[in-house]
Ligand binder design. Structure first.
Ligand code: ATP
Ligand code: MG
Length: 456
């Protein structure tokens, strides 16, 4: 029934009743859906809020990460700078001390020495103080310790060795006289260290690497107004005779020419060495020098001994003269780089030498013993230093007794059968390390005040 304005009631039709019921049902549904929508909207609002929060957090983390990365890079750069500074300071201290620096390099055991590897004759102490600088030779089960400026273990690469001498080499461009020489028993790795395999990327030695560095640095210094001229000479001392390795005349030596004045060694007041009649070649690139090095290597006296298939039977002296001028700074510098591969010491009984080889061995041993006489006299600060007793010591006089920056690399074999020789070499090296020479001096001048320094 449906009520009317005057109170009378009209009966509800079934159709109307159905509509009313449906309407009530839909109203309920709408209310429920509105509730659900409100809840969903609330949830969305909350999740929007948390997504903004997450995003902000992520951005903050990203920023922090970037900041930390920058700080890490800065810290790493500081460590590298610190290491460079430490090396520089170490070098400066060494220079101020004025002594000849010594690096020791132990070569790996060779394949034919494999059987000997059971007993270790060389060990490396691991204490903080001796790490990288100490070496022990084990004789009759007893370790005999030595300490040098640096010790390279058998696994050290040619590059690692070069990295340690690169600053020294570089200083030749600043006007210093630099001398690096390799000393050691025959077959201990001197030629490998100095020359290596010149064409090979990994195996090339100190000489080719030094030249590459010098020519690269020359290119960089050009931008600062420096112009450099370089000249190369190479000689060997074979049986107390100087041979010019760059001479086109094959038999060039004092012996064969009969001319006593040829290849006479002279030192001038500036401590520069001149060898008369020696071929001096102007060079403009490390490629040109490599070509000359190959030529010299072919002319060098090499022989086969029981101890070394390719034994150097002479002392090899490579000299690079560097002359730099900077017009803007009105400065000029004169540097010299001497790189020397000595012939190896060996005991006659062990070498099995006869004939020519015996004569060579005797000459090598004589000049090396003159070298040790000079070192002993220098170490004891004697008044008379017997530089003139051999061609080698006379030629090296400015490096041993002068104001050059000198480094000796003592090469050692790890073979137990070489223990006695290794001990001899290391004892000699320790003496060399104790030798005080003058503080290195740069050869530099104001270009227009003193136009040319005397040098050969
Ligand atoms: N660090 C090294 N790594 C690998 N092989 C090496 C190393 N040092 C030396 N050798 C090898 O040992 C052998 C002897 O080395 P090297 O000819 O350099 O000796 P040396 O001291 O110059 O001898 P010598 O006084 O008789 O001329 C060579 O076959 C060389 O290749
Ligand atoms: Mg050699």
């Amino acid at each position: 029934m449906v009520g009317t304005a005057n109170g009378s009631r009209t009966p509800v039709t079934p159709r109307q009743a159905f509509s009313i019921a449906t309407c009530a049902l839909q109203t309920d549904t709408i209310i429920r859906l509105q509730d659900q929508l409100a809840t969903a909207e609330k949830k969305l609002e909350i999740s929007d809020l948390s997504s903004v929060e997450t995003r902000t957090g992520y951005e903050e983390q990203k920023k922090l990460n970037a900041e930390l990365q920058i700080r890490l890079a800065e810290a790493e750069a500081k460590v590298i700078d610190g290491e460079v500074l430490r090396k520089k300071l170490h070098n400066t201290i060494q220079e101020l001390k004025g002594n000849i620096r010594v690096f020791c390099r132990v070569r790996p055991l060779l394949s034919d020495e494999g059987a000997e590897s059971e007993t270790k004759s060389i060990t490396f102490p691991t204490t903080t103080e001796a790490l990288g600088r100490g070496i022990e030779v084990v004789q009759h089960g007893q370790p005999i310790p030595f300490m040098f400026d640096k010790v390279f273990m058998p696994q050290s690469s040619q590059e690692e060795v070069f990295t340690e001498v690169s600053q020294l080499v570089q200083s030749a461009l600043d006007g210093y006289k630099v001398c690096i020489f390799a000393y050691g028993q025959t077959g201990s790795g001197k030629t490998h260290t100095m020359m290596g395999t010149p064409g090979s990327y990994d195996d090339k030695g100190l000489i080719p690497r030094s030249l590459e560095q010098i020519f690269e640095a020359r290119q960089k210094l050009k931008e600062q107004g420096w112009k450099y001229e370089m000249q190369v000479s190479m000689l060997e001392i074979y049986n107390e005779t100087i041979r010019d390795l760059l001479s086109s005349n094959k038999s060039s030596s004092t012996e064969s020419s009969g001319n006593k004045q040829q290849y006479a060694i002279k030192h001038d007041a500036n401590g520069n060495t001149h060898v008369s009649d020696l071929t001096i070649v102007d060079v403009r690139s490390s490629k040109e020098v490599s070509f000359l090095l190959n030529r010299a290597a072919q002319s060098r006296s090499v022989g086969r001994t029981q101890m070394n298939e390719q034994s150097s039977r002479s002392h090899f002296v490579f000299t690079l003269r560097i002359s730099g001028v900077n017009e803007t700074m009105e400065q000029q510098v004169q540097g010299i780089l001497n790189l020397i591969d000595l012939a190896g010491s060996e005991r006659l009984s062990k070498s099995g030498s006869t004939g020519d080889r015996l004569r060579e061995t005797q000459a090598i041993n004589k000049s090396l013993s003159s070298l040790s006489d000079v070192i002993f006299a220098l170490a004891k600060k004697e008044e008379h230093i017997p530089f003139r007793n051999s061609k080698l010591t006379y030629l090296l006089q400015p490096c041993l007794g002068g104001d050059s920056k000198t480094l000796m690399v003592v090469n050692v074999s790890p073979a137990p059968s070489s223990v006695n020789e290794s001990l001899c070499s290391l004892r000699f090296a320790a003496r060399v390390n104790a030798c005080e020479i003058s503080i290195p001096r740069r050869q530099t001048s104001m270009r227009y005040l003193e136009p040319r320094l005397s040098y050969g």
